[in-house]
Write a protein that binds this ligand. Structure first.
Ligand SMILES: O=C(O)CCCC[C@@H]1SC[C@@H]2NC(=O)N[C@@H]21
Length: 247
């Protein structure tokens, strides 16, 4: 059984006790949605991560997908990755009152005390249709994937704080609309500025691993499309997609 509610912003929410993946759920419900909708699942049995990895989702953790339709081109839609990361950072900082404990890691992870607290996955389910999936280890961290750049951590284990998934969604959804409105009104500049204020290791050495290559350099910001700028021995290089490691 699902509960459907609509916030004053007009954004709807659906809460499910269990589903395979909120990304799959969003895709299945696409034809029925009247407008932007958050789908929150209290348990996922087949969560999806970036690059085809599985996302483990122990009970008590946050798993939700925001689905929106828009007439913007794909590169512009993809900037919502940063909108979502900023909104999540702000919602967590606000709920915990521990803003200094959180940092962003390019492109969109939230770190807590240096460990990976959350992951964000973007999928397009047709032209102009964007699903933004957000997973947060509120209650417990999954086992460490040996290939992962950062150890997973949970909010409860790191801070002792217990935050329920619905509580987080009720902060996250309005925070998302605030950053979305900034992007629509002023373009990417305030998003980039907000991101760089919260990001870890700006100006410090990084390793960026793409599917084919590994680049070493200094983290020098992000460009207009959100690509990572790395200052390398060969010059500045824009990297659109990579896994980031801190040496
Ligand atoms: O690999 C990552 O860092 C991204 C993980 C994204 C996980 C979330 S949980 C909610 C939504 N549903 C999924 O199946 N995946 C995303």
């Amino acid at each position: 059984m699902s509960t459907d509610r609509v916030w004053p912003s007009g954004v709807a929410k659906v809460v499910l006790p269990e589903t395979d993946s909120t990304m799959a759920e969003a895709q299945r419900r696409l034809g029925d949605l009247a407008g932007p909708t958050w789908i929150l699942a209290l348990r996922q049995t087949a969560g999806r991560g970036r690059r085809g990895r599985a996302w483990q989702d122990p009970q008590g953790n946050f798993a939700a997908t925001l689905i929106r339709k828009s007439d913007e081109p794909p590169a512009r839609l993809a900037l919502r990755s940063f909108v979502a990361a900023l909104a999540l950072h702000d919602a967590l900082a606000d709920l915990t009152r521990l803003p200094e404990a959180f940092a962003l890691k390019w492109p969109n992870d939230v770190l807590l005390n240096g460990g990976k607290l959350s992951g964000i996955l973007l999928e397009s389910h047709g032209p102009g249709i964007l699903s933004l999936g957000i997973g947060v280890n509120l209650h417990s961290a999954p086992e460490r994937d040996p290939e992962a750049a950062f150890p997973p951590v949970s909010l409860r284990q790191e801070t002792g704080l217990v935050i329920r998934p619905e509580q987080l969604l009720d902060r996250l959804a309005p925070a998302y609309e605030t950053w979305e409105e900034r992007l629509r009104t002023y373009g990417f500049d305030p998003i980039r500025t907000g991101f760089l204020r919260r990001v870890a290791r700006l100006g410090e050495p990084l390793v960026a691993r793409t599917l084919k290559d590994e680049f070493h350099g200094t983290f020098d910001g992000i460009d207009d499309n959100g690509a990572l700028i790395l200052a390398t021995a060969e010059g500045r290089r824009a990297i659109p997609a990579a896994d980031i490691f801190f040496p």
